[in-house]
Every structure is written in structure tokens, then in C-alpha cells.
Write a protein that binds this ligand. Structure first.
Ligand code: CU
Length: 255
């Protein structure tokens, strides 16, 4: 640490600049290290990877959530809610699997999409799993007549928590670093749980009611596709796509 400050001081003299990581300095850093040259994305040759995530075995019984201590939550439901940790679809596939291209995507600046919504409805997060790009906005809504306190628990990004009043204004948040996955909890309602996948490119998807995923717009190349599930962990599969090619990559998790 001492050495750092000495070096820092010497540099300050040379550069006539401070060493506190001020706004000006970080702006300079960004200028000094731009993203790799942004050749136009060759959409005409883009490839697609699709697939499904099957579930083998017996689906575990999910715990019923007891909201009785929080009438404002309980009143929002006509039937008891179950944990969404494992949701097996009617067609034997697994829901809420985050599928992303883990390796092989060219290092460049990819355009981020519109904000992704994360709602708090009936004291449940909806949807249970979302994906965003680094820097892409997440619009966090509170549709409930009660307070929530949203609290992401990242290991790489910065942790924060913020309370949100009933039907309050949406919070707009983003994460600057790639992180698969960030668990999210509510400091008020211990059963509330969601996951956010943050990826440095737009090639990711979350399985829904039919257990399938589609990743479009991939440059031709060799990739590792990873499927992540909160209970069953991760699986990686390789795939090679030629220009305009569409390939299928199927995953299977055992219960
Ligand atoms: Cu809550």
C-alpha cells in the first residue's frame, strides 16, 4: 500500500493529476482503453443456436410459501404460492434455466437491448430469472400494496439494497460486470428470490413454459454454451456454427 502511494505521488508530479480515481481520471481511462474496433456486425451471416432443456427423473415437490405473517402479500393470491426453485413444465422440460454463450464470442462492444423488467407482484419476483447485458437497464417495479427491499447479492459486481414503497416508482439499475448469476433477495420477505444473469454480449436466453431457448445473431464460430439452473448447477456443451447455420444444442438435467 505504501509503495502504491509513493508510486502514485511520483506519477502525480509527472502528470499533474491526482490519484483518487476522480471523475476526470476514470473518463481518461475509458478513453485510453476503448472497446476493440467495432467492425459492423455481419448480420447476413449470423447463425442461430436453439435447443431445449429436458428434465429427467421425478420432479421434487416444491415448498408452499407461507405468507400468513404478511397479509398484504397473502391477499394478492387466491391459491398458495410454491417456491419456483424447480419448475418442471408439462412437456418434461425445465423452466428458468439461464442459457448463455460462455466462450467464443468475439470481444467487441455489442448493442444492449431495451430495459428488462423485474416486477414484484404478490410478493414474488416476476419473472424468477432474467438476463441482461452489462450496463443494460433493469426496470424494477413494485406492483404490491406493501414495501419491498430489493437486495442483489453479487460476488463480482457491487452489492446494494434499496427499499421500494407500495406501487412506488420503478428503480432503474444495471451491473457493469459479467456475472452468472446474481441471486436477488428481499429484506422484508424471506421467501422472495430471483436471479439475474449479466453477460457482456447479447447471446443468452431463459427457458420458459416450453423449456426451449433460441440464441440468434451469433457470428459463425466455435462456442461453449452453458446452461445454469439454481438447483442443478451448470452444464457446458460445445457447438460450431457456420455462416447462416442453425444448430440445436439440447441439455438434460437429472432430478
Ligand atoms: Cu418483498
Amino acid at each position: 500500500m505504501k509503495r502504491f502511494w509513493i508510486a502514485c505521488g511520483a506519477l502525480s508530479v509527472l502528470l499533474l493529476a491526482g490519484c483518487g480515481g476522480g471523475k476526470e481520471e476514470s473518463a481518461k481511462k475509458e478513453e485510453a482503453a476503448p472497446a476493440p474496433a467495432a467492425a459492423p456486425i455481419d448480420e447476413a451471416n449470423a447463425a442461430t443456436v436453439t435447443g431445449k432443456v429436458s428434465f429427467e427423473g421425478t420432479a421434487p415437490k416444491m415448498a408452499t410459501i407461507d405468507m400468513s405473517a404478511n397479509p398484504a402479500c397473502a391477499r394478492e393470491h387466491s391459491t398458495a404460492q410454491k417456491s419456483e426453485e424447480v419448475v418442471v413444465n408439462g412437456n418434461g422440460t425445465l423452466r428458468y434455466v439461464f442459457v448463455w454463450v460462455k466462450q467464443g464470442v468475439p470481444d467487441r462492444q455489442w448493442p444492449a437491448g431495451a430495459p428488462v423488467e423485474l416486477d414484484q407482484k404478490g410478493c414474488m419476483y416476476a419473472p424468477h430469472v432474467i438476463g441482461v447485458m452489462t450496463g443494460q437497464n433493469i426496470e424494477i417495479k413494485n406492483n404490491d400494496p406493501t414495501n419491498h427491499n430489493i437486495h442483489p447479492l453479487p460476488r463480482i459486481n457491487q452489492e446494494w439494497n434499496q427499499s421500494q414503497p407500495p406501487k412506488g416508482e420503478a428503480l432503474i439499475k444495471s451491473f457493469p460486470r459479467e456475472e452468472v448469476m446474481i441471486p436477488v433477495k428481499c429484506n422484508v420477505h424471506p421467501w422472495m428470490r430471483s436471479y439475474i444473469g449479466v453477460v457482456s454480449h447479447p447471446f443468452f436466453a431463459v427457458t420458459g413454459e416450453d423449456g426451449t431457448f433460441t440464441i440468434k445473431g451469433l457470428p459463425p464460430g466455435n462456442y461453449t454454451i452453458e446452461a445454469w439452473h439454481e438447483k442443478y448447477g451448470t452444464q457446458d456443451l460445445p457447438v460450431t456454427v457456420a455462416p447462416k447455420e442453425s444448430k440445436t444444442v439440447d441439455f438434460s438435467f437429472k432430478g
